[in-house]
Write a protein that binds this ligand. Structure first.
Ligand code: FES
Length: 406
């Protein structure tokens, strides 16, 4: 690689060379020609050098302050939702912009500091090197190390304690800006909160678990209502007063061979039929039910001839109501919605990886990667003729997790 340059040196010869000599030898052996090299500050104690160092220090200090600002915002800023007009609404709306602003300034100032340092203190140099093939000799490795050391020395960073500290601090804090938000993603999967339409926060529960607490749960369909516009004194607003997103389902609402996606609707959130109240604000709870991670259920009305061929699973013989069967919509493979019901074959299809489940055999998987049956919800009708849950699911919903036994 290094042409006619001497490349065999004894350990003693190498040890006797200074760093500068080794660096020079390295460039020679690598076929590198230093065409131009100039120190940025050849005159000692040049006042301009101090000014340049101050410029770098200012940017690094800004980066540190912005990174600290980001961490303070992330940890202490009031981020909980506040509705328009509520106290603290402005702070709530500024949370995300503040995170973006402080993180942006931190990285920008760090970049500026590094950039100014490189431009202001690393010697200007133009080197030309020929390429070579194959592994490097010991002498090459030693000289490369010396070159790197030389780069460190000539960068003068080693003796610029303040800038070195600021650079390290800015780098460290910027690293925290990147890493700290990941802490928000760490959750205790066993920590339960109060049970609601989202379950209690653990994988064992869903909105249907409310039934175990004595809450009457209707099987309700999503009719897609959206907030209504009205003109108020202060301009155009939207309201959900009196609106219903979920309405109760009666058996006669589905034709034979039909499938409907239903969600749990607690009795106190009913706002349809003879219980309609134009002042009700149940809409928000309806949305919570629809968004509950394991709440969606497929209500299937089998054709009469098919209903006669159903093979019930042991312990679930009474879970259906007539020819109505309710299966969890959450695929037992990895949790996609098993949205497709094919009435001719009574197969339920998950579009993600093509698992198929047999609606005539308690949702048993018959094709694809899913290994467990779709959990079945016990259903019946109440005294008014609306479909309701007669109990909770008797097994966890969705894909497997560590503590799950079946
Ligand atoms: S998630 Fe349903 S088949 Fe994979």
């Amino acid at each position: 690689m290094s042409n006619d340059v001497k490349k065999t040196y004894t350990e003693k010869e190498l040890a006797s060379m200074s760093q500068a000599e080794l660096a020079a030898l390295g460039t020679e052996m690598d076929g590198v020609t230093v065409a131009f090299r100039k120190d940025r500050w050849p005159v000692e104690n040049d006042p301009n050098e101090k000014r340049a160092a101050n410029g770098v220090a200012i940017w690094l200090a800004i980066s540190i302050l912005a990174a600290l600002g980001f961490l303070a915002t992330y940890l202490f800023w009031p981020w909980h939702y506040r509705a328009l007009g509520d106290e603290g609404h402005v702070f709530h709306t500024l949370y995300t912009p503040m995170l973006g602003l402080t993180a942006g300034i931190a990285i920008l100032a760090l970049g500026m500091g590094v950039n100014l340092y490189v431009k202001g203190f690393i010697p200007e140099e133009i080197s030309i090197q020929r390429r070579h093939d194959g592994p490097s000799d010991e002498v090459d490795r030693r000289t490369v190390t010396a070159l790197l050391n030389d780069a460190w020395t000539t960068s003068t960073l080693g003796r610029r304690t303040a800038i070195k500290g600021l650079l390290g601090g800015a780098g460290l804090l910027f690293g925290l800006v990147v890493v700290a938000p990941l802490g928000g993603a760490i959750k205790n999967p066993w920590r339960a909160h109060e049970l609601d339409y989202n379950g209690d926060g653990t994988l064992w529960t869903s909105g249907w678990t409310l039934q175990e607490k004595g809450v009457k749960l209707y099987l309700a369909r999503d009719i897609g209502t959206i907030a209504e516009k009205y003109e108020g004194e202060s301009g155009t607003h939207f309201t959900t007063a009196g609106l219903s997103r979920l309405v109760r389902v009666r058996p006669e609402d589905l034709s034979s061979g039909a499938m409907e996606t239903v969600y749990p609707l607690a009795e106190e959130d009913v706002n349809d039929g003879d219980r309609y109240n134009p002042e009700s604000h149940a809409y928000e709870n309806h949305m919570h039910s629809i968004h509950g991670p394991r709440n969606a259920v497929m209500l299937i009305r089998l054709r009469n001839s098919d209903a006669e061929r159903v093979i019930e699973r042991e312990g679930q013989e009474s879970f259906h109501y007539g020819d109505y069967y309710a299966y969890s919509k959450i695929c037992t493979h990895i949790g996609c919605p098993t949205s497709l019901y094919e009435a001719q074959t009574n197969r339920i299809l998950c579009p993600c990886h093509q698992s198929q489940f047999d609606a005539l055999q308690h949702g048993k998987p018959i094709f694809g990667p899913a290994a467990r049956a779709l959990p079945q919800l016990p259903i019946t009708i109440d005294e008014e003729g609306y479909l309701i849950a007669e109990g909770n699911f008797i097994e966890p919903l969705g894909p497997a997790f560590w503590e799950r036994k079946s």
